[in-house]
Design a protein around this ligand. Structure first.
Ligand code: DX5
Ligand code: ZN
Length: 215
């Protein structure tokens, strides 16, 4: 059964408590928390301080997606803030293996995110060391963008790579997931669907989460 990870980037920041409560009472599996530094991506969101508030608001898995340069400088701060999964971008990490070892040493699950132009084959020699691949299905930086269809090929290729090595790495799809495309994403081999706008801009977010879970 695939997991649903609503992205709090699309939540109502004037009423986060209500949105956290809604997610806690829903079938959502993870809280997806998007950290942006205004350098790796052309937008700024929030840092460890806000992650800590989310941590206090939920017992669900806090899945922290770092869209930042030099993530190694901040891994410890995100551990202290309560991150369960820490995902770094392959494009921001010339010493990716070192970053992954650091995250695991801090006793968090380690994820690697790849931008739309990065081939999944670039993950070949790190796959056995990680828990999660976050395949970006939009260019990172903003919620509410359209799903890039080519991602479906990447999911299938990555699924094969994971299965060939008999690994348990999860495939997470991030960006432009809707009620219309969720079924094709899951059948291509995805394990986790991130959904921002589809959940938070819908009339009934709880029901939307339930529907996303159904496919
Ligand atoms: C994009 C973020 C995503 C985003 C998803 O840079 O990493 O997590 O918030 O939002 P939607 O589902 O609206 O595309
Ligand atoms: Zn994300």
């Amino acid at each position: 059964m695939h997991l649903i990870a609503p992205s709090l980037l699309s939540a109502n920041f004037l009423n986060l408590e209500a949105d956290c409560r809604m997610l806690n009472d829903s079938e959502a599996d993870w809280f997806h928390l998007d950290v942006m530094d205004g350098s790796f991506v052309p937008n700024i969101s929030f840092g460890p301080m806000i992650v800590e508030f989310f941590r206090k608001a939920t017992t669900k898995t806090c899945d922290v997606h770092l869209m930042i340069e030099n993530p190694g400088l901040y891994a410890e701060a995100f551990k202290k803030a309560g991150a369960d999964i820490l995902t770094v971008h392959i494009e921001a990490c010339p010493h990716l293996h070192r970053n992954i070892q650091q995250i695991k040493k801090l006793d968090m699950q380690a994820g690697v995110a790849v931008n739309p132009h990065t081939p999944v084959e670039a993950l070949k020699d790190i796959l056995a060391d990680i828990d999660l691949v976050c395949l970006m299905s939009v260019n990172p930086g903003f919620g509410g963008q359209s799903f890039i269809p080519h991602t479906l090929n990447k999911i299938k290729r990555l699924r094969e790579m994971i299965d060939e090595q008999s690994l348990k790495v999860k495939i997470e799809i991030d960006g432009g997931v809707t009620l219309e495309n969720a079924a094709s994403i899951v059948s291509a081999g995805a394990d986790v669907l991130v959904a921002g706008n589809t959940v938070f801009k819908s009339a009934d977010p709880t029901e939307t989460i339930r529907l996303l879970k159904q496919f």
